[in-house]
Design a protein around this ligand. Structure first.
Ligand code: ADP
Ligand code: MG
Length: 284
């Protein structure tokens, strides 16, 4: 659905390249996440993939077409959720959706149905200026899916949201996947990436450091341990043992035999730790 080869980009007048040779491909039905700290180039890359920034070097194909040579009909087939959504704030939620809907020549969703889906049916007649940030991000999602696109681009879909709204957005993204949509999202939230993405690309300073599935990364790079909390002569003790060979680990066996246990958990490295180890950078 998306193929990017040797993508480079510099903002006009900038001394340094913002994107320094990106290569990746995204298959049908996949959720692909760009994970990286602020300033890494995620939004820039996304703006190129949706045709907003032009003048890139390399090859960028979306739905089989080289972006350089595509016209506005691309927008009938892709959906975009911008990081900072733009709406006509003095108009109602419904008026906004009806306006955006009128721009498409392909069949579109009934706005009230989409609003119902994101829990905004009761807000249909509110002015956009009256919406909370979470409601606006949900409306942003409605706008992105209004024309039933096959591919969705979502820039920071959960950032700045409270846990309830973040969960609503994540559930919507999962529902889109179940419908077979292909999605590219950017995030600096390890949790969202881990929960949603089939594969993630770690991006730092305009370069991809690694592409893999969160699960594989954790299996391969994760240090698996068993963490035990117990009481020794009344005092709390915390100890970690390697998960491998735990059944023959004498000191572990002594601990669980001799002392009253308080908790015992196996644990993997988090995606955030793996990001730090791979890139030498933290996500914040
Ligand atoms: P991210 O989305 O990963 O936080 P961005 O793509 O927004 O990163 O930014 C990447 C780099 O490009 C940053 O150094 C940023 O300052 C620079 N940049 C972003 N937008 C512009 C612009 N319009 N003009 C010049 N430089 C920009
Ligand atoms: Mg960004």
């Amino acid at each position: 659905m998306i193929q990017v080869e040797r993508l480079e980009y510099s903002y006009p007048g900038a001394a340094e390249k913002t994107l320094k040779g990106l290569n990746f491909a995204i298959g049908r039905g996949e959720i692909f996440g760009f994970l990286g700290p602020s300033g890494a180039g995620k939004s820039t890359m996304l703006k190129i993939l949706i045709g907003v920034l032009k003048g890139y070097a390399g090859s960028v194909r979306v739905l089989g077409q080289e972006l350089r040579f595509t016209g506005p009909d691309l927008y009938e087939r892709i959906g975009v959720g911008f990081e900072f959504p733009n709406f006509y704030t003095k108009f109602t939620v419904l008026e906004n959706l009806n306006l955006f809907r009128s721009l498409y020549s392909v069949p579109t969703e009934e706005p009230m149905r989409v609003l119902d889906r994101v829990g905004l049916k009761d807000a249909a007649r509110l002015k956009v200026s009256q919406l909370s940030k979470g409601m606006k991000m949900r409306l942003n999602f409605c706008r992105a899916i209004l024309h039933r696109p096959d591919v969705l681009f979502l820039d920071e879909p959960t950032s700045g949201l409270d846990p309830v709204n973040a969960k609503i957005l994540k559930d919507l993204i999962k529902a889109m996947k179940a419908e077979g949509k292909t999605m590219l999202l950017t995030t600096h939230h390890m949790q969202a990436a881990e929960e949603l993405c089939d594969r993630v690309a770690f991006i730092v300073d305009g370069q991809i450091k690694l592409i893999d599935s969160p699960r594989e990364l954790k299996l391969r790079q994760g240090r698996k341990t068993v963490r035990v909390e117990y009481r020794k002569e009344g005092e709390p003790v915390v100890e970690e043992f390697p998960l491998e060979g735990i059944g023959n680990n004498e000191s572990f066996l002594q601990v669980i035999d001799r002392y009253p246990l308080e908790t015992m958990h196996s644990q993997e490295a988090t995606l955030e730790q793996i990001f730090l180890e791979t890139t030498g950078r933290s996500l914040s």
